[in-house]
Design a protein around this ligand. Structure first.
Ligand code: ISL
Ligand code: CA
Length: 545
């Protein structure tokens, strides 16, 4: 397997709005990120991924871009951005930008000109005389009438996010120029937003009957997306030492294996979503009781399908997902379950991602009032569900409390001072009241904190290539309580054992007496019994025993 820097480093995702506010306007910014580079250095991550900082009306917090080659004023200036690149590189940290190229904002010049049917912009977006029945990812209709042009336009997300027409070569040229601009500024890679949605059936036929995402057969992993991504790779990415991670919604492992196969020159790796459905029926808001086997099955499947063909990503959290302890762990075993989840995830094969605050065990805020939610998705989902008879306000709020994206977007908890040390002014979104207990200041010098445990995993991954490159095999796959697996590399064997229950678990026989315990979230490990949420990592040099 080829050795690459983007396989060996941890990637830390920053949601700029919520990371650190340097000028006390209540909104995180680029200078705030620069101030916290020593923190990233201490943690030991090698790559930072920034959620969008481009100019935007912020209807979807920057995933609606009105100028691809400028910085949003609330985040800072182009000069600040250049300083960020310089300072990160000085600290030996690479920078990955978010690339939102499936759609723009309706305030982008291209869209304004397209509305007026101006020159080459006329067909930059998807236009139809008649309404098509497709539905949007945020709930509601995906085609909206534009008075001025007298036609309907497509938006797979909010009304403010019209989809670009990728069949138009002029669109592809503009995008390529824009990407080159950022690479020339020193950017080291891109996270490509909903990249498996860019190609559409351009005849825009009505979709077949479906309760969710009606019309998806006409745009989800539609064949031409391979072609367009390959073109970006050939004309732009391949000319730089950079990598790409595609966000691929509802992608099948077989498609991902094609997208990430190095010989096809498309993407480096992708985010899949199968394991994010371990506690819901594909649509996040249709929740179901979490069962560990529903996390293990998809994760293991991806390890096997991608192995030797492409390259995996390892994540449990991002700015679209509620916090993992609430979903898959236990608030009563905060430290134990947070560290166990990290152990289960980060010793698998793939590039590991940490979402800001995950390294502290930040948890869901679960706000009661709809007005407190800032996320456009919470509001559109509310409106859509409210139209269905028999669904009450309380029932919808219960779901939103559990699954809203704002759960992950509350300000980063730096210390126990006002507003968690994020800002002196009232933050744009409420701070989680548990910041007095869960914060960086409290954990950074405590050997027994979640933060220090994350640091240990990061160090181990640097020390042992088996963690990066070893082959993956399940152990006792059918076990519904214990998640365990083995990695094999050269003459070494690594074994990971995680207890997903709040009860002790008797190991029938101890198979690992001759192994070296290199990590555990308990100080004492009973030979025959796993404690609640206990995690262990063993290493063995074969032949020696
Ligand atoms: O979070 C989701 C639903 O609750 C996902 O379906 C999500 O909308 C989808 O994965 C696409 O996400 C990305 O593109 C969106 C943006 O709102 C998300 O923040 C981004 O990660 C539109 O640009
Ligand atoms: Ca600010």
């Amino acid at each position: 397997m080829k050795k690459e820097w983007y396989k060996e480093n941890f990637i830390y995702q920053i949601y700029p709005r919520s990371f650190k506010d340097s000028n006390n306007d209540g909104i995180g910014d680029i200078v705030g990120i620069i101030q916290k580079i020593p923190y990233l250095k201490d943690l030991g991550v090698g790559i930072v991924w920034l959620s969008p900082v481009y100019k935007s009306p912020m209807e979807d917090n920057g995933y609606d871009i009105s100028d691809y080659q400028d910085i949003a004023e609330e985040f800072g200036s182009m000069q600040d951005f250049k300083t960020l690149v310089k300072e990160l590189h000085k600290a030996k940290i690479k920078l990955v930008m978010d690339l939102v190229i499936n759609h723009t904002s309706i305030e982008h010049e291209w869209f304004k000109k397209s509305v007026k049917r101006e020159g080459k912009y006329k067909d930059f977006y998807h236009w139809e005389d008649n309404k098509v029945n497709w539905t949007s990812f945020f709930g509601g209709e995906a085609w909206t009438y534009n008075e001025e042009r007298g036609q309907y336009y497509l938006h797979l997300f909010s009304k403010g996010q019209p989809d670009l027409n990728w069949d138009n070569p002029e669109v592809r040229n503009e995008i390529k120029k824009m990407i080159t601009f950022w690479l020339d500024l020193g950017v080291d890679g891109f996270r490509c937003d909903v990249i498996n949605l860019i190609a559409k059936n351009n005849k825009h036929p009505n979709g077949k009957f479906s309760l969710i995402l009606k019309g998806r057969e006409h745009y989800l992993s539609y064949p031409n997306h391979h072609k367009y991504i390959h073109e970006l790779n050939k004309d732009v990415f391949s000319k730089y030492d950079c990598f790409t991670v595609g966000e691929t919604t509802l992608v099948k492992p077989e498609t991902a294996a094609l997208l990430t196969n190095p010989t096809r020159n498309e993407l480096t790796m992708v985010f899949q979503f199968d394991h994010m459905a371990a506690d819901n029926y594909v649509v996040k808001y249709f929740t179901k009781k979490f069962k560990m086997i529903n996390l293990k099955k998809p994760l293991s499947n991806w390890q096997h399908v991608i192995n030797g063909k492409g390259w995996n990503t390892l994540y449990l959290e991002n700015h679209d997902q509620p916090r993992s302890i609430n979903r898959f762990g236990s608030l009563d075993y905060h430290y134990e379950s947070a560290t166990m989840l990290a152990t289960m995830l980060y010793f698998q094969q793939g590039t590991p991602f940490i979402y800001q605050g995950q390294e502290l065990g930040m948890t869901n805020i679960g706000m009661d009032k709809l007005e407190d939610y800032q996320d456009i998705e919470a509001h559109t989902v509310y409106k859509t569900l409210k139209k269905i008879p028999f669904i009450s306000h309380n029932l919808i709020m219960k779901r939103i409390k559990l699954m809203s994206r704002d759960n992950a977007r509350t300000p980063m908890q730096w210390d126990d001072s006002k507003n968690a040390g994020f800002s002196n002014k009232k933050p744009w979104l409420k701070v989680n009241p548990n910041y007095k207990d869960i914060n960086v200041a409290k954990q950074i010098n405590d050997e027994d904190s979640i933060y220090s445990y994350y640091k240990k995993i990061i160090e181990l991954r640097k020390k042992y290539p088996i963690i990066v490159y070893g082959n993956y095999n399940d152990i006792d796959f059918k076990n519904k309580k214990i998640y365990s697996y083995r990695r094999l590399y050269n003459n070494q064997e690594l074994v990971v054992i995680c207890n997903f229950t709040d009860k002790g678990y008797i190991l029938i026989k101890n198979d690992y007496v001759n192994y070296n315990l290199i990590l555990s979230n308990y100080k004492e490990n009973d030979e025959l019994t796993l404690k609640p949420y206990e995690a262990r990592v063993y290493l063995k040099n074969k032949g020696k025993s």
